[in-house]
Design a protein around this ligand. Structure first.
Ligand code: HEM
Length: 466
């Protein structure tokens, strides 16, 4: 498997230079008081070494972070709230207030290199919303606004519920299965398809592409060649669907629908979306609707398995399911981070970051920041969220998630439908996605069992070998 490693190529249309070389960058990985003023050249006069405590280390591509990130995040928040990893040439911001302010700052922290660090967006076409800045971003986002309008999402509820029921019925008939491939992936792709206006039969191809497109190698930058090919295949299929829709409209088809194909074609007709941006924009809708929601669906099961009595509690109190979903989004954030590029030298939490630097904002850490959430490692279904402490899971500012209401609705439906059946337990060998941004499971074997049936809790005795 070969890797593409041209992370530093800004790509066409990006007005910024490649990130500075390590020598030119001030290493700002110590508490604020030890950092010196910055010179006119943008380089800190004191070259602050890595923190003395060698356990303060963050590499977004390391196995340790896939394995258990929260410990690492706490160390960062306490000892190095703006951390610089010289090997990856990346600044890492971990406290809630700094993450929120950074994501809201779209003038000094821009998206022209995409919002990931692993080359994900190199294999996407133009029009990819999360790799665009104003003014293109403004027009592209406006073009699909209606697709995401609250009333358009609400009318999808019944269809989403029916689809969830049918997927769960198949799993119940088998007594279990792989929750990732039997439910989470087809369900999330189904959401993308309903937003796009693609025919339901596209689900199989899109799931297969997504599965390949999510492949990564722990510890390495870049995406495997086949993942890039899978992305290209997705855009080919999307291009065919645009062509179908275009000719249907030319033949007099109704254009009053909110589906993204129609909305994008109408916006193109008005000159708001360029023809070369159509497939990339549609691809973004599909991929945004797929990987993070699929991760969320598996994380909901993970939490139900971790705290099994929650299942009975939620059956008895279904009005708490919305709160359960929100706390799961905080506790196991499906999109752990997003990254930006600095347009000029900036200061975050009293640390200076040079122009043209890659900066990663850890939403997974912000959501566990004890400065904002009391007892943050505790899963608290009664936790109160207000505009001041709202979770960072869906981002902030001009790129804030357009699909958040749909994701919350689908997650609620999933839990409601799941809990109509017997308890669910994870059995077997789960596998996490290794795409660094996503936290969730690519394989999640589960079984269904009535409480007390013996599957959930085996009682071992000396006689049976313990
Ligand atoms: C658990 C589910 C989801 C999570 C955690 C999530 C998270 C996010 C985050 C963090 C961003 C901001 C990216 C950035 O700042 O660079 C974002 C953007 C976006 N999301 Fe979601 N998302 C989810 C579900 C969805 C769904 C179901 C859709 C429907 C298509 C969707 C559509 C979008 C779009 C279109 C954007 C781009 C907004 C822009 O760049 O202006 N998301 N999402």
């Amino acid at each position: 498997m070969t890797e593409t490693t041209d992370l530093k190529d800004p790509g066409p249309g990006c007005p910024h230079h490649a990130p500075s070389s390590p020598e030119a960058v001030a290493v700002v990985s110590a508490p604020a008081e030890t950092v010196s003023p910055v010179t006119a050249t943008g380089v800190s006069e004191h070259f602050v070494a890595l923190p003395l405590d060698l356990s303060v280390h963050y590499d977004p591509l390391s196995y340790a972070v896939y394995d258990h990130p929260y410990d690492t995040y706490r160390r960062l928040r306490d000892a190095a709230p703006v951390y610089f990893n010289p090997d990856r040439e990346i600044y890492v911001v971990s406290r809630y207030d700094d993450v929120r302010a950074g994501l809201a700052n779209h003038t000094q922290l821009v998206n022209c290199l995409g919002n990931d660090i692993d080359g994900t967006h190199d294999s996407y076409g133009a029009g990819m919303l999360v790799a665009e800045d104003p003014p293109r971003h403004t027009d592209l986002r406006a073009a699909i606004r209606r697709t995401f309008a609250a009333r358009e999402i609400l009318v999808k509820e019944e269809g989403v519920r029916d689809f969830a029921r049918s997927l769960l019925a198949d799993m119940h008939a088998q007594g279990g299965g792989d929750f990732a491939s039997d439910f989470a992936l087809p369900m999330s792709i189904g959401m993308g398809i309903s937003l796009l206006g693609s025919p339901p039969e596209d689900n199989t191809a899109f799931v297969e592409h997504l599965w390949r497109a999510m492949e990564r190698t722990v510890g390495k930058y870049g995406i495997p060649d086949d993942a890039a090919v899978a992305n290209a295949e997705t855009e080919e299929l999307l291009a065919r669907r645009f062509a179908d829709r275009r000719s249907a409209i030319a033949d007099g088809a109704d254009t009053s629908g909110s589906d993204a194909y129609t909305q994008i074609l109408l916006a193109s007709h008005k000159g708001k979306v360029f023809e070369g941006e159509q497939d990339g924009l549609a691809h973004l809708i599909l991929s945004a609707a797929s990987d993070a929601p699929a991760a969320l669906f598996t994380n909901l099961v993970y939490v139900l398995d971790k705290f099994p009595r929650m299942q009975g509690h939620l059956r008895a109190h279904p009005e708490l399911i919305t709160a359960f979903v929100e706390e799961t989004l905080r506790y196991e954030t499906p999109g752990q981070n997003v990254s930006r590029q600095t347009t000029e030298q900036i200061v975050i939490a009293e640390f200076t970051i040079p122009a043209d630097s890659r900066v990663m904002f850890l939403q997974g850490s912000a959501n566990r920041d004890e400065r904002v959430y009391p007892d943050p490692d505790n899963f608290d279904i009664n936790r109160k969220f207000t505009p001041k402490n709202r979770i960072m899971s869906f981002g902030e500012g001009i790129h804030a998630c357009m699909g958040a209401p749909f994701a919350r609705l689908a997650a609620k439906i999933m839990v409601e439908e799941l809990l109509k059946g017997p308890d669910i337990r994870i059995v077997g060998s789960p596998v996490r996605w290794v795409k660094q941004l996503v936290r969730g499971f690519s394989v999640l074997p589960v079984e269904f069992a009535e409480p007390g049936s013996g599957v959930a809790h085996q009682h071992f005795t000396l006689e049976n070998g313990r």
